[in-house]
Design a protein around this ligand. Structure first.
Ligand code: NAD
Length: 421
């Protein structure tokens, strides 16, 4: 038994601890939103009242079959797992890369998220299994093939939601993803998450090797490997759909994001979607990139300028009653595009767009109007930095309503349906 009081130990954009009860409460809230969204009922108590995507969507109800979610423990992947499982009663296999607890240390937040997702799935008679390991590796891919063959059968949906800092090749080569501008150095506003200060920052332009490494980690190659392997093994059902997530974002982060190294990786992901679509189309199947809204996750906190932009964006979107988090976005993705009986609506480039509200003209005009006046002193007045911080702490299970943080809690919790490697 490792019962202890768990305190936050946040260092910049990571937390060294996670609170098991806070993570569990977050997951339970998301499950409620997932269920309500799939039924097309109004979503209440989700903190997004007024978000048109989450309220009153005529839900695509019906069962989904089997789903594989790569990157299933946090952010958009966790939301996808919960919507597929609890919204559409899919049997789901998730793959993630989390640290389990020890006698003295807490697990990572994603681990505790899945402990609760498994507990809830078992309570509802849903099949939910997890492989905790490196999704880039051949071992994990083979493990997934075995689990699917033995326990699930062919897949009706594959969600690719990995956000990884690095990738290790079979021969031991390591590629590191970097967040740098391409073609020219970046200088502009940034945010120091350790000191909560708006800064002027400069980032050197990426080298050719850094661009190639970022594409290797965050581009489409690994998604293609998964789909080709599963197809070759006969594990993609007729009409199987696959989706990977992308981001475009606003002008104010364009040099570092859209036109930066990560933007190159996302271009590669889109090109991959077209290739995979040619493989899967027919009987309603296909491959898509869904361009999602900017939200607070471990991955997005690490991108220069993005935390500052999101703080302004949330204020502007909340003013208009159109703010959404990952679970509301994925509810919308399934209810309007990918769920049973739905046909994806795409832009001219073939992408599903869930960032329509973020990129709405009046929203971006207001962000741009405020941007030049942003400083440490004006954060309270011009941004929802308090909201950003709250979401950030919540990622690790802290600051969650209804959790008694003074009470000791068991940190050594295990995931029941963990598929052994
Ligand atoms: P996240 O950090 O919350 O989640 C990343 C997931 O990947 C976790 O489940 C983690 O365990 C898993 N993972 C990382 N490395 C792995 C590995 N080697 N093997 C297995 N699993 C691994 O990230 P997120 O922000 O939800 O991002 C997911 C996707 O959504 C990314 O493609 C991202 O670009 C995209 N996206 C994010 C935002 C945003 O604002 N956060 C917006 C639009 C699109």
């Amino acid at each position: 038994m490792s019962v202890q009081v768990v305190e936050p130990r946040i260092r910049g954009f990571i937390s060294l601890t996670a609170h098991p009860d806070g993570c569990a409460a977050n997951v339970r809230r998301q499950i409620e939103v997932a269920k309500a969204g799939a039924l097309g009922a109004g979503v209440s108590g989700a903190g997004v009242s007024g978000a048109p995507g989450a309220q009153g969507v005529p839900g695509a109800s019906g069962e989904l079959g089997n789903a594989l979610v790569l990157g299933s423990s946090t952010g958009y992947g966790l939301a996808s797992l919960l919507v597929a499982a609890f919204g559409y009663r899919a049997s789901t296999l998730g793959v993630c890369f989390e640290k389990e607890p020890s006698e003295t240390k807490t697990a990572t937040a994603g681990w505790y998220n899945l402990v609760e997702a498994h507990r809830a799935a078992e309570g509802e008679g849903l099949r939910l299994e997890t492989i905790n390991g490196d999704a880039f590796s051949a071992e994990v891919k083979q493990q997934a093939v075995r689990a699917l063959r033995e326990d699930f059968g062919p897949l009706d949906m594959v969600v690719y939601s990995l956000a990884a800092p690095r990738r290790r090749g079979a021969d031991g080569t390591v590629w590191n993803s970097v967040l740098k501008p391409v073609g020219a150095p970046y200088s502009g506003k940034g945010f120091d998450l350790r000191r909560n200060e708006v800064t002027e920052m400069a980032v050197e332009e990426a080298t050719e090797e850094e661009i190639a490494a970022t594409v290797k980690v965050m581009g489409g190659e690994d998604w293609r490997e998964w789909i080709e392997l599963l197809g070759g093994e006969g594990l993609l059902a007729p009409g199987c759909r696959t989706v990977a997530y992308s981001y475009i974002g606003p002008e104010v982060t364009a040099e570092i994001y859209r036109h930066g190294t990560i933007g190159k990786a996302k271009e590669d992901l889109e090109a991959t979607a077209h290739e995979l679509d040619a493989m899967l189309s027919g009987e309603g199947g296909g491959a898509w990139v869904s361009v999602n809204k900017g939200v607070v996750t471990q991955a997005s906190s690490a991108i220069p300028a993005v935390p500052l932009y999101l703080s302004v964006l949330f204020d502007v979107m909340k003013d208009r009653g159109i703010h959404e988090g990952p679970i509301e976005q994925i509810v919308r993705l399934f209810a309007e595009h990918l769920g049973p009986g739905r046909s994806p609506r795409t832009d001219a480039a073939g992408r599903i767009r869930l960032d329509d509200l973020e990129l709405r003209e009046d929203v971006q005009a207001e962000v741009l109007r405020r941007w030049p006046s942003l400083s440490t002193e004006t954060l309270g007045e011009l941004t929802d930095f308090a909201g950003y911080q709250r979401y950030f702490e919540e990622l690790f299970g802290f600051g969650v309503e209804g959790v008694d943080y003074a009470a000791p809690t068991e940190v050594n919790r295990q995931i029941p349906q963990l598929v052994a490697l």
